[in-house]
Design a protein around this ligand. Structure first.
Ligand code: HEM
Length: 518
């Protein structure tokens, strides 16, 4: 038997084991244990992305298929699915979700978009165990209220470019509001991390952060839609598959990744030289942004290393990957929240008027607005929450894996499964607070009925929740105050709302309302 025949035999054997033997065994174990509490789905080879597309074609909503499934099975605790070549359990039950999130240390991440190791490998989003803990502790301070308060003026400055092309002749126009908000979001994160000079850099002939976000989205879509890569990943694992047997599309993506990484290494090197000219040693240094904070730590480790031969633990790759991580995790998620709030205001005049009044009563002008003024906008807080309920940017956490199976009196998760944790569970079940689920009704959260805090957790929950959530909320509040102070919004009657999940779950049309300068 030749080597090629052996290789083909190995691939076929792996596929049969993954899709038939392992799958049937898992379904037997779960059905025996939980019966109807577990929904079973089969998407062999083509993967769930095919059904997402089918759902979009049929209902204009890529998630309608799942929403209906959960509504029709209100007591289901989880969905067990073979997607492509992977067996996945999607946890729906609120208590089970709580158990998974409070025991985050038992789960780890090992899969992500094409090239995720090169883009995020050393970043917070994909680190695990002790390394994740160290990074989280190192970064945390930058996302606390005090640190955000210091950057408040920069948050305001970045907003001045929002819808700057709207003419001053008083005419209503349509724009891609999501893209407008994305420019603001990515600038806020880039300036916080790198300082303002990042704006001058271009990669692949496009603005740096826009190229970065597009590249990560392209890598995401490629990972979940390309059968060639799906087969490769199930045989060699997602890391190795990125760099072996590359197709021309993969080579194109790799070259864009290389050029983004080169740009970032150059920025770091330049800044390092500036700092070393300005300061004699690390103790003198006053970091102006996240990059400086990292460079100070590297400098410190290098100085200590000279004397004590300690290992240098912080690398320049970590800085590059961390920047890509926060830009990616924080841009589209926040800009979609802002865009969706404005869209809902445009078509809910009562909510719009009430919020406009709250803002006008409490904030005299955008220019003089102070950080503390944001605390006087309780209705805006409800509007944000209701928008996140109707348009959850993220439906599921990144897939988690385990070293050993989890078992307690009520929950069993086999280590042979990839675990997806669903962040939206209550609303499809149509009970209590959520009886009118399609309606945009911020007041539902004013109700005395108690919701379980784990029913809806747009920023996730537990120790591995979103590190940027306060930044996102402050940025959103500033953006909404700016929009309502400077512009009028008007409903568009001729649109059809269609929702699709790429990285974030978002409207397909991006110019869903009219806007006019005040
Ligand atoms: C509305 C806006 C946002 C939403 C809905 C959101 C949602 C989330 C969710 C659900 C997770 C958990 C992911 C997982 O465990 O698989 C997460 C993690 C994360 N988010 Fe956000 N996020 C938002 C804004 C931001 C911003 C503005 C930043 C940074 C500037 C950010 C940075 C991160 C990072 C670094 C993680 C990984 C945390 C860790 O693993 O310890 N996010 N986010």
């Amino acid at each position: 038997m030749s080597i090629i025949q052996l290789f083909i035999g190995f691939i076929i054997g792996t596929i049969i084991y993954q899709t038939v033997i392992k799958t049937l065994y898992l379904y037997y174990v779960y059905k025996r244990r939980y019966g109807k509490d577990i929904i079973v789905l089969f998407y062999p080879v083509i993967g769930w992305y095919y059904f997402v597309n089918q759902s979009f074609k049929k209902y204009g909503d890529s998630h309608q298929f799942y929403k209906t499934l959960i509504k029709e099975n209100p007591n289901a605790k989880a969905i067990l699915a073979l997607s492509g070549f992977t067996n996945i359990i999607t946890i729906i039950d609120t208590n089970w979700v709580k158990k998974c999130l409070t025991n985050q240390h038992l789960f780890f991440k090992k899969d992500g978009p094409f090239g995720f190791d090169l883009l995020f490998g050393e970043g917070l989003l994909f680190k695990n165990k002790q390394e994740w803990k160290n990074q989280r502790a190192f970064l945390q301070g930058n996302f606390h209220f005090n640190a955000l308060m210091e950057r408040f003026q920069m948050f305001k400055d970045c907003n001045l470019q929002f819808c700057s092309e709207v003419p001053s002749n008083g005419e209503y126009v349509k724009l891609d509001y999501y893209n407008e908000a994305a420019k603001v979001s990515s600038d806020i994160i880039s300036y916080s991390f790198m300082g303002r000079s990042i704006n001058e850099i271009k990669s692949n002939q496009k603005s740096f952060s826009i190229e970065l976000i597009n590249l990560v989205k392209d890598c995401f879509v490629y990972r979940i839609t390309n059968p060639f890569f799906m087969i490769k990943a199930s045989v060699f694992g997602p890391r190795k598959s990125t760099t072996s047997f590359n197709s021309s599309t993969e080579k194109g993506l790799l070259s864009r990744i290389k050029s983004i990484n080169n740009c970032l290494y150059n920025i770091i090197e330049e800044r390092e030289q500036q700092l070393k000219k300005k300061y004699k040693n690390h103790n003198e240094m006053v970091p102006a942004n996240f990059l400086d904070m990292y460079l100070k730590e590297i400098w410190k480790q290098e100085e200590e290393n000279k004397e004590s031969k300690n290992k240098i633990t912080l690398t320049r790759k970590e800085i590059v990957n961390q920047y890509i991580t926060v830009i990616f995790a924080g841009t589209d998620t926040t800009s979609h929240l802002i865009g969706n709030i404005l869209f809902e205001l445009s078509r809910n005049p009562d909510v719009y008027q009430r919020l406009q009044k709250e803002i006008d009563d409490n904030i005299l002008s955008f220019e003089n607005m102070k950080y503390e003024d944001l605390n006087n906008l309780p209705y805006l807080r409800l509007v944000i929450k209701e928008t996140q309920r109707l348009y959850p940017a993220i439906f599921y956490l990144f897939g988690r894996f385990m070293d050993k199976s989890y078992t307690d009196e009520d929950l069993f998760i086999s280590k042979d499964l990839e675990v997806q944790i669903r962040l939206v569970s209550q609303q499809e079940k149509q009970s209590g607070l959520f009886s009118d689920i399609q309606k945009f009704n911020p007041d539902r959260y004013n109700s005395t009925d108690k919701e379980d805090p784990y029913d809806f957790i747009p920023f996730s929950a537990g120790p591995r929740n979103c590190i940027g959530q306060y930044l996102a909320l402050i940025e959103t509040k500033v953006a909404i105050v700016y929009a309502l102070k400077k512009f009028h919004l008007k409903k568009r009657d001729d649109y059809e709302l269609k929702m699709f999940q790429e990285f974030v779950y978002s409207p397909v049309e991006k110019d869903l309302f009219y806007i006019k300068r005040k």
